[in-house]
Write a protein that binds this ligand. Structure first.
Ligand SMILES: [Zn+2]
Ligand SMILES: [Zn+2]
Length: 148
């Protein structure tokens, strides 16, 4: 299953004329296998042992290549640390307000909300973003509930 997804992603890259380097392969694999939503820094830390010549900037540049090929989505939260998500299928996110963990969940696309927005504003809707915030099971267990 995972192998299959990696293969598919590699094919997509090849089709868009992207050269597959061992680093690119490793970054892609990490994104698909980890199922997390890592920052460029997280990926760097996970792979620096394997690729001593790699820098955070290299990781970031590779992520941008993947993003351009439509394989990866960048989630920005108004700070410098974007998270990267392997864009397998559309999904929504629930985010822990204590530790920042992001977990996927599936729910039918809120197309009616876009339609309503178009109707009441005269805009032409392109996409939307919906996130649920809360406290994850780990943080609940450890009582690290953010007081805000
Ligand atoms: Zn948490
Ligand atoms: Zn996600």
């Amino acid at each position: 299953m995972t192998e299959e997804r990696i293969k598919e992603a590699i094919n997509t890259l090849k089709e868009s004329g992207v050269r597959i380097t061992p680093q690119r392969h490793a970054i892609l694999e990490f994104l698909i296998v980890s199922m997390a939503h890592p920052t460029a820094d997280d990926i760097y830390k996970a792979l620096e042992g394997k690729f001593p010549n790699m820098s955070v900037a290299t990781v970031y540049n590779n992520l941008r290549v993947f993003k351009k090929a439509g394989l990866v989505k960048e989630l920005t939260y108004g700070d410098s640390s974007s998270r990267f998500d392997f864009a397998s299928s559309d999904h929504y996110h629930v985010i822990c307000s204590s530790c920042g963990k992001i977990v996927d969940f599936h729910y039918p696309g809120l197309d009616e909300v876009e339609a309503l927005a178009e109707h009441v504003t005269g805009f032409s809707a392109q996409n939307h973003r919906m996130e649920v915030y809360g406290v994850c099971p780990d943080c609940r267990e450890h009582g690290k509930i953010l007081k805000s």
